[in-house]
Design a protein around this ligand. Structure first.
Ligand SMILES: Nc1ncnc2c1ncn2[C@@H]1O[C@H](COP(=O)(O)OP(=O)(O)OP(=O)(O)O)[C@@H](O)[C@H]1O
Ligand SMILES: [Mg+2]
Length: 314
């Protein structure tokens, strides 16, 4: 497989429905062998983008190249090398889980022995053993979703699109799925992933783009996003050789407006949206008053806060 340039290249992409731009001037690249997280509120344009990138619908304008090839001109060729798990449920009601996996393998032209090996591996990896003989119709919602995701791995591919694959999955199944995806990525797979669960995005994604009302509003690594948009909300300061009470006259005026707690005799905890600034001022003031600090700890910002801030400010 050629690996020149980017696995996905999107430039000034637009999709118009009447007056609405469901996708509006979106540009980004996705590197080979990485997980690209595409996050955004309901109706932001995530599924529309996936539908374009998987050749299911045409863009109104803009350029998409996958594996270096134009998506409109080379749709057939690209389709052979990608997999997609769409947001909508899709299953063969009357087939058993085992048969459904096998049929999917047949549709993709996977030879018999490989199909059986692959199915065995997937039944195990997605914890489907216990109901492999059950018909899809008889499964719970989460079990069906697991089958829908698992069957996509019946065939080999270079790029996989997952549109909210973990909806309805219990915590163990969710973790199993994420770890299975991670393993495939280590083996060279590239993944385009959407979710509304920020912890999940952070666990899996190398890079995250946030889309809102059709437009990309932020893009970075999870750590980079937190550094740029996250704010430290709580700090804990442990004071050396003196009780907190003896320095409260310094802290109180600075921490006014925040929540001040004393979890231990020598430790103070301040929670506030300005906690970071307060910490700086307390450290300065302690230095002036010769108060020594034993240690400082801060609660790092979460991706969820970043998401709410970025989308909220848009
Ligand atoms: N076929 C269509 N015709 C008209 N409008 C559409 C069509 N498909 C999507 N839209 C609109 O485009 C916008 C983006 O929809 P899209 O399904 O891409 O959102 P999403 O980010 O996937 O949301 P969710 O998180 O709810 O899945 C929405 O406002 C939606 O109403
Ligand atoms: Mg969607």
């Amino acid at each position: 497989m050629e690996r020149d340039g980017h696995c996905i290249h999107v430039s000034d992409l637009r999709k118009q429905y009447g007056q609405l731009y469901a996708v509006d001037s979106v540009s980004f690249n996705v590197e080979y062998g990485s997980v690209f997280g595409f996050l955004g509120p309901n109706g932001a344009g995530k599924t529309t983008t996936i539908r374009i990138l998987t050749t299911l619908i045409h863009p109104s304008s803009g350029e998409v190249r996958i594996f270096g090839k134009d998506i409109v001109k080379h749709a057939r060729e690209i389709k052979k090398r990608i997999g997609v798990v769409l947001q909508e449920p899709s299953f063969e009601a009357n087939l058993t889980v085992e048969k459904a996996l096998d049929l999917y393998g047949i549709l993709w032209g996977v030879p018999g022995e490989r199909r059986r090996d692959r199915a065995r591996e997937l039944l195990e990896a997605f914890d489907l053993q216990d109901f492999k003989g059950k018909k899809n119709d008889e499964l719970s919602i989460g079990q069906r979703r697991r089958v829908q995701v698992a069957r996509e791995f019946m065939h080999d591919m270079d790029l996989l699109f997952l549109d909210e694959p973990t909806v309805g999955l219990d915590p163990a199944a969710r973790r199993q799925l994420l770890d299975y995806v991670k393993k495939q990525v280590h083996g060279g797979l590239t993944v385009f992933f959407t979710t509304h669960i920020m912890d999940e995005a952070e666990y899996l994604c190398n890079e995250i783009a946030i889309i809102n009302k059709g437009r990309l509003i932020a893009r970075d690594t999870p750590a980079g996003l937190k550094q740029r948009y996250g704010r430290i909300k709580a700090v804990e300061i442990k004071i050396k050789d003196s009780p907190v009470q003896s320095v409260m006259h310094i802290i109180r005026p600075i921490a006014a407006g925040g929540l001040v707690e004393i979890p231990a005799e020598d430790t103070i905890r301040i929670s506030s949206t300005d906690a970071q600034d307060m910490l700086v001022r307390i450290i300065e003031s302690f230095a002036r008053n010769s108060v020594q600090i034993e240690s400082v700890s801060v609660s790092p910002p979460t991706l969820e806060e970043v998401f709410l801030t970025v989308v909220g400010n848009d």
